[in-house]
Design a protein around this ligand. Structure first.
Ligand SMILES: Cc1cc2nc3c(=O)[nH]c(=O)nc-3n(C[C@H](O)[C@H](O)[C@H](O)COP(=O)(O)OP(=O)(O)OC[C@H]3O[C@@H](n4cnc5c(N)ncnc54)[C@H](O)[C@@H]3O)c2cc1C
Length: 354
C-alpha cells in the first residue's frame, strides 16, 4: 500500500508540500478551514531558491502567465528619508520574480484535491495517516498541540498596511523613519505594490486611508503620490507576528512547514519562499529516507537552523529600518555604503532568457 499524509492548511506551505509528496507517490488529503482559495492579495517576491523549488514541484513560473511579473536585473531600488533625501541607490543585482498570492495559490493547487470548509480542531486526533503536516500558518494549532501554549506566535509590536495600485511609478524603494517605513515595489508592467509599517501594539479599525495619510501624508512626493492612488477597499491591514524558536519542526509523525514552523517579520520578503522550500524538502526527505521518522529528522536538520536564522534576520532588518535612537548614524552609514558599494550586475543563471 502507498504512503498517505494529511496536510492541515491549503496555504503556500500546505499546497507546496502536497505537490511534493504527490510527485513522490504519496496520497495526500489537504484540509482547509476557508471556503475557497483567496481571489485577492498582493505580490510576493520570489527568491531564486523558491523559483527552483517551484520548478521541482511542477509549477512553471517562467511562463509568465497572469499574476506573474518579471523584472530584469538592473532595475534599481532606492532608500530615502521621509523628507526625500536619497540615502542610497542600488541597481538590482539579479532578476526579480514577483507573483500575486492568488496566482501562486492557484498554480500550486492545480490537480490537488482540497477539502474546503474543514477545520481541524485537534491535530492530535488525526490517526489515519502516516504523516501529518501542520501547514496552518502563524497561529498554528498543530504547533500549539506539539509544543504547548509557550510556543504561541508573538507580536512584533508593529502593524502593516499593504496593497497594489494600478500603473507604474518612476522610482521604487523604501523610505525609513523612526518607528515607520513605506515601501514601493514593481508589481508587473502596469501595477505597483506598496507596503507601510509602523510600530503599534494593536491593529486599527478602518477606514485605513486616513490612517495612512496621518502617518505618511507629510512624507516625500513619491509616497504622497502613491497614497493618492490607493483605494480604500483594496487595503490589507494586519498585525505582525513571529513564531518562537522551536526545539524541533517535527515530533513523532507530525511536521510543521511554513509560517506554522517559522512565521517571520516581512522585512526580508522570505516567508512564502521558505514555505515553498519547506514543502519540496519535506517531500524529498520522506521519499528518500528508509522510514518516515528518518525523513522527518532529515527535514528538520535541513530546514530548522536556516529558517530560524531568517526569523532573526527579518526581525533585525525591521528594527534597523525603523530605528529611533541612532537613525542619523545609520543613515550616514547607509549613505556611505551606497557610495562605496557598486554591485556587479548579473543575471540569475537559473532563470530562462526572456
Ligand atoms: C506584509 C507581508 C508581506 C509579505 N511579503 C512577502 C514576500 O514578498 N515574499 C515572501 O516570500 N513572503 C512574504 N510574506 C510572507 C508570506 O505571506 C507567508 O510567509 C506565507 O503566506 C505563509 O504561508 P503558509 O502556507 O505557511 O501560511 P498561511 O498562508 O497562513 O496558510 C495557512 C492556511 O491554513 C489554514 N488553516 C489554519 N488553521 C487551520 C485549521 N485548524 N484547519 C484547517 N485549516 C487551517 C488557513 O485558513 C490558511 O489557508 C509577507 C507577509 C506579510 C505579512
Amino acid at each position: 500500500m502507498g504512503h498517505s499524509a494529511v496536510i492541515i492548511g491549503a496555504g503556500i506551505g500546505g499546497l507546496s508540500t502536497a505537490r511534493a509528496l504527490t510527485r513522490h507517490g504519496w496520497s495526500v488529503t489537504v484540509v482547509e478551514q476557508a471556503a475557497a482559495l483567496p481571489t485577492s492579495g498582493t505580490m510576493l517576491g520570489m527568491w531564486p531558491a523558491a523559483m527552483r523549488a517551484l520548478d521541482d514541484i511542477g509549477v512553471d513560473a517562467s511562463r509568465r502567465t497572469d499574476g506573474w511579473a518579471h523584472i530584469a536585473a538592473g532595475a534599481g531600488t532606492r532608500l530615502w528619508t521621509p523628507s526625500g533625501r536619497m540615502l542610497m541607490t542600488a541597481p538590482g543585482v539579479a532578476d526579480l520574480n514577483l507573483v500575486s498570492r492568488p496566482a501562486l495559490l492557484a498554480a500550486l493547487a492545480r490537480d490537488i484535491d482540497v477539502s474546503f470548509n474543514t477545520q481541524v480542531v485537534d491535530p492530535g486526533r488525526i490517526d489515519d495517516a502516516e504523516l501529518v503536516v501542520g501547514a496552518d500558518g502563524t497561529f498554528s494549532r498543530t504547533r500549539q498541540r506539539m509544543f504547548g501554549d509557550r510556543f504561541r506566535a508573538r507580536s512584533l509590536g508593529a502593524v502593516a498596511w499593504r496593497g497594489t495600485v494600478k500603473g507604474a511609478v518612476a522610482e521604487y524603494g523604501e523610505t525609513w523613519a523612526p518607528g515607520a517605513l513605506f515601501g514601493i515595489t514593481p508589481a508587473g508592467p502596469d501595477a505597483t505594490n506598496w507596503y507601510a509599517c509602523i510600530r503599534a501594539d494593536q491593529t486599527f479599525d478602518g477606514p485605513h486611508l486616513p490612517q495612512l495619510s496621518n502617518h505618511f501624508g507629510s512624507w516625500h512626493r513619491g509616497v504622497r503620490e502613491l497614497i493618492d492612488r490607493i483605494e480604500e477597499g483594496a487595503i490589507l491591514h494586519h498585525g505582525l507576528f513571529e513564531a518562537p524558536k522551536l526545539p524541533s519542526y517535527t515530533t513523532g509523525r507530525t511536521a510543521l512547514v511554513g509560517d506554522a514552523a517559522h512565521a517571520m517579520a516581512p522585512f526580508l520578503g522570505r516567508g512564502a519562499c521558505e514555505a515553498i522550500v519547506d514543502g519540496t524538502t519535506l517531500g524529498r526527505s520522506v521519499a528518500q529516507a528508509s522510514s518516515v521518522e528518518a525523513g522527518l529528522a532529515a527535514f528538520d536538520k535541513e530546514r530548522r537552523a536556516r529558517t530560524q536564522r531568517l526569523v532573526l534576520a527579518s526581525r533585525l532588518m525591521g528594527r534597523f529600518a525603523m530605528l529611533d535612537a541612532g537613525s542619523g548614524i545609520r543613515n550616514a552609514a547607509v549613505g556611505t555604503a551606497g557610495r562605496l558599494v557598486k554591485p556587479r550586475q548579473r543575471r540569475d543563471p537559473t532563470l530562462p532568457p526572456h
